[in-house]
Design a protein around this ligand. Structure first.
Ligand code: SAM
Length: 213
């Protein structure tokens, strides 16, 4: 299991104050397109992983409606503080995605927007996040920029994010499958990256409980 991430936490705590200003109108509009394209139904339960200042909150709240439930998880207290100040009906959890303190099979959707590259152990984190999905539930890894843009950005920013990479589609598919997910599409586009995968149920456990007793 990956060690705690004090460096990443401090990095994103510092980034929180200017985070909203750094997100362009174009990126926001692509995110709206990406979320609309997912077809998240009303009443769904959704986990927003690495929620930051809550850029997805208005989109998710609109998608799930009053019958839905949104939980947002982030390692950064400052990011969460700013997301809370926006006043959306979202339950916030400060935690590391490698060790989410969440019940198994608690969510219909898990969305990792602009966070996967920052996981020290992508396989371990994806496996834990898949555990939080109901069988047949959907995990999404998305970015409102291309893989090359994000990877170059991290290289340029340097420090704790210098080596953080969006996986190429072949590696992404491998990571998803090893986490017990079946990829349905991986778009590695010029202005976005969107990987969508479903949690496979375990026939030995009709309730879909893949976890050890
Ligand atoms: C690049 S920001 C993206 C924030 C938001 N999703 C957005 O698009 O505006 C990455 C976020 O993931 C969080 N993060 C990084 N590593 C994490 C981890 N291991 N577990 C939970 N959150 C993490 C950071 O604190 C930060 O808020």
């Amino acid at each position: 299991m990956a060690a705690p991430m004090p460096d990443q936490q401090a990095f994103f705590d510092r980034a929180a104050a200017t985070w909203d200003d750094q997100t362009s109108a174009e990126a926001r509009s692509r995110l709206a397109e990406i979320v609309a394209g997912l077809g998240i139904p009303a009443d769904a339960t959704v986990l927003d992983v690495g929620c930051g200042t809550g850029i997805l909150f208005p989109l998710l709240v609109a998608a799930v409606g009053e019958g839905g439930r949104i939980v947002a998880l982030d390692i950064s207290r400052e990011m969460l503080r700013r997301s809370q100040a926006k006043g959306y009906a979202v339950h916030l959890v400060q935690a590391d995605a490698h060790r989410p303190p969440l019940r198994r099979a608690a969510f219909d959707w898990v969305i990792c927007n602009a966070v996967l590259p920052h996981f020290d152990d992508k396989q371990a984190a994806l496996t834990e996040l898949a555990r939080c999905l109901v069988p047949g539930g959907t995990l999404v890894v998305c970015h409102s920029h291309s893989r090359h843009f994000i990877n170059n950005l991290h290289r340029d920013v340097g420090g704790v994010v210098a080596e953080d990479r969006v996986p190429d589609p072949a590696l992404m598919a491998q990571l998803l499958r090893a986490a017990g997910l079946e990829p349905s599409s991986i778009v590695d586009g010029t202005d976005r990256y969107v990987a969508v995968a479903r949690r496979i149920g375990d026939p030995r456990h009709p309730q879909g409980d893949n976890d050890p007793p």
